[in-house]
Design a protein around this ligand. Structure first.
Ligand SMILES: Nc1ncnc2c1ncn2[C@@H]1O[C@H](COP(=O)(O)OP(=O)(O)OP(=O)(O)O)[C@@H](O)[C@H]1O
Ligand SMILES: [Mg+2]
Length: 279
């Protein structure tokens, strides 16, 4: 049973979130059933892909226990708080918020679900996001507590499920798709990552984990397919050095594939935006 004071706190929090998110035209969640399939890689590069097209974009690192976004952006230093509002980092013109920017390096976050949810609510309501065209949230793997609660509060218009082509990842991606469906996210789409490897020495195409499974899965489950990304060894090295591939090498195969996915997202959401305004 909640006390009156707790109820009042929740109401204040909800009002702050509602005010903030309604200044953000499109809110995108990046899910996966399984860990390590490339959610953070996809989130970071899609956010920059949107920024390159001129959209005001924010990136929310919603993986509280494994916040990898700052590492992939080479972002260091703390976020500032101004008049009790969190000020996002600005990294190559992208607004970025991560709990890693509030912690010491290597400091673990040993919080249970409700605490993790609470900090994510703060990242929605207490951050000075300002007016944005897109906010991309990089989620932790799975279908845990804080994912449910963030989805409810953020009211996303698109859930992107990242999967690799192997059977084991596809099975888990079906769970993530069903979760997004249960949470009434209006648009759900799949990206197949690590889809084939071009040998950097002889340029032969190697089907390391197979290809095409993500598209089949999307078709089977009646959701959209946004595209596939190859395994790119250079992109991995760049990520380790805090340099998103889409900024570093726009002409690489993976960047071209990412740009085409950005176009698909733009088209998908603008369509929706138009059909909403036409009603
Ligand atoms: N297409 C790709 N080509 C090469 N390396 C990739 C590709 N996609 C992801 N990686 C690498 O795989 C590793 C895992 O990727 P990433 O951290 O993006 O996955 P994740 O789904 O966010 O993981 P977690 O579930 O732990 O949050 C990283 O080292 C990343 O650089
Ligand atoms: Mg991640």
């Amino acid at each position: 049973m909640l006390t009156d004071e707790q109820k009042e706190q929740i109401e204040i929090e909800n009002k702050a979130i509602s005010k903030n998110i309604h200044n953000i035209r499109h809110r995108i969640l990046v899910f996966s059933g399984k860990g390590g399939v490339g959610k953070t890689t996809v989130s970071v590069n899609l956010a920059y892909g949107l920024r390159i097209k001129g959209y005001r974009t924010g990136l929310l690192d919603a993986d509280v226990t494994g916040p990898d976004v700052p590492k992939m952006l080479g972002l260091t230093g703390e976020m500032h708080v101004h008049e009790r509002r969190i000020v996002p980092h600005i990294c190559h013109d992208l607004k970025v918020v991560s709990i890693a920017s509030l912690l010491q390096p290597d400091q673990p976050v040993i919080w249970r679900g409700p605490m993790r949810s609470k900090v994510l609510h703060q990242f929605l309501g207490d951050v000075e996001w300002g007016k944005l065209d897109y906010l991309v949230a990089d989620l932790p793997p799975g279908t845990g507590d804080e994912i449910i609660s963030l989805t409810q509060k953020m009211e996303p218009d698109l859930a992107i499920i990242v999967t690799t082509p192997q059977e084991i990842s596809l099975i888990d991606s079906a769970r993530a798709i069903n979760m997004a469906r249960k949470m009434n996210v209006p648009r759900i789409a799949v990206i197949e990552n690590m889809s084939g490897l071009i040998c950097p020495v002889c340029a032969t195409h190697i089907d390391l984990f197979g290809t095409g499974g993500g598209e089949k899965q999307a078709e089977l489950m009646g959701v959209s397919f946004l595209g596939r990304l190859p395994i790119d060894i250079e992109a991995r090295k760049m990520a380790d050095n805090g340099k998103p591939v889409i900024l570093e090498n726009i002409n690489s195969d993976i960047s071209v594939a990412l740009a085409s996915i950005v176009d698909n997202i733009e088209e998908m959401l603008n369509e929706r935006h138009q059909s909403t305004t036409k009603q």
